[in-house]
Design a protein around this ligand. Structure first.
Ligand code: AMP
Length: 213
């Protein structure tokens, strides 16, 4: 299974990636998680990335392409992988095609999640993330607050700095201007499947599995 999960922030890519990675024993490659881990580790890259992330901006292509090149080259990915949050620009998509060619990867799918902006703002405003296992919750639906323990692993739940309403609006602007057009690049190759981001977690999970089987 080789998937590229594509779509706006807050649409459910991370949730689905985690479920599928667990079910199939394959790697979840989240560039956002990697940048947050770099910041938590106190690296220079992490600090630089954090200020861009908090401003709702993208991290430069050369940095992101370098990170993904290294990860994809690892033998851990032989069984498959789920890319979540990459590519976000046309330059990244073209670089990825080049890596796939080099690695002789021909069979992959692009899962294109669709959801309207108002629902995204509502969801991100309600999103809580576990510091330990990265699981994602919804304040309203799950009845949880920042600081509560994660129901799955007991880690601390927190709200991402870039999930504040004002930053979400900026991220959406960047998404519509820079990232959304990238889907045309993949549509031209005929490997895109659309997913309704309003469907439940279970329904989306089933749809993705049906599509890749
Ligand atoms: P995410 O966790 O995927 O929502 O990513 C959080 C933030 O990390 C984004 O808003 C960007 O600032 C940065 N980021 C993650 N992936 C990329 C990427 N492929 N290209 C540029 N910036 C990225």
């Amino acid at each position: 299974m080789r998937l590229i999960l594509f779509g706006p922030p807050g649409v459910g890519k991370g949730t689905q990636a985690k479920l599928l990675a667990e079910e199939f024993g394959i790697r979840h490659i989240s560039t956002g998680d990697m940048l947050r881990a770099a910041f938590a580790a106190g690296t220079t890259l992490g600090r630089k990335a954090k200020s861009l992330m908090d401003a709702g901006q993208l991290v430069p292509d050369d940095v992101m392409i370098g990170i993904v090149r290294e990860v994809l080259a690892s033998p851990d990915n032989k069984k498959g992988f789920i890319l979540d949050g990459f590519p976000r620009t046309l330059a990244q998509a073209k670089a990825l095609t080049k890596f796939f060619d080099e690695l002789k990867i021909t069979d992959y799918r692009v899962v294109n999640f669709e959801l309207d902006d108002d629902e995204i703002v509502r969801r991100l405003n309600n999103r809580l993330v576990c510091r330990k296992d990265g699981k994602i919750y919804n304040k309203e639906m799950d009845g949880l607050s920042p600081g509560n323990p994660c129901p799955a692993c007991g880690g601390e739940l927190y709200q991402r700095d870039d999930d504040l309403a004002e930053t979400v609006r900026k991220r959406l602007k960047v998404y519509h201007m820079t990232t959304a057009p990238v889907i045309e690049y993949y549509k031209a190759g005929g490997m895109v499947v659309n997913i309704d981001g309003n469907s439940s977690i279970d329904v989306v999970n089933r749809e993705i599995k049906m599509m890749v089987n």
